[in-house]
Design a protein around this ligand. Structure first.
Ligand SMILES: [Zn+2]
Length: 99
């Protein structure tokens, strides 16, 4: 997540655009997602991330949580609790090849 979060009135329409561009599906597992359940992922996050549309993509919660990113530590705990990911989640972690 980039340090500067966009205000909701800018973020919401941008998020919707990304979701429509990605055909309302998780770009990784192709699960169909409703607008209120998709995760808008920053491909590059942290200080190199931006809120440009090209840096955003649609992910389901599971793929988002399992993306290799140490910042997701808190998400792992709650996803485990909610049964989104199994206890062997470490075997399922994925990484972007080009990064
Ligand atoms: Zn997915």
């Amino acid at each position: 997540m980039p340090k500067k979060r966009l205000p909701k009135e800018l973020w919401d329409p941008l998020r919707e655009k990304v979701w429509i561009r990605d055909e309302k599906k998780c770009v990784r597992c192709e699960k169909e997602l409703k607008i209120n359940e998709f995760h808008c992922d920053h491909i590059k996050s942290g200080k190199f991330g931006s809120n440009a549309e090209s840096n955003l993509r649609t992910l389901c919660r599971r793929c988002h949580v399992l993306r290799y990113d140490f910042r997701h530590g808190g998400m792992i705990a709650s996803a485990l609790r909610d049964g989104i990911i199994p206890y062997n989640w470490r075997e399922l972690v994925w990484e972007d090849e080009e990064l």
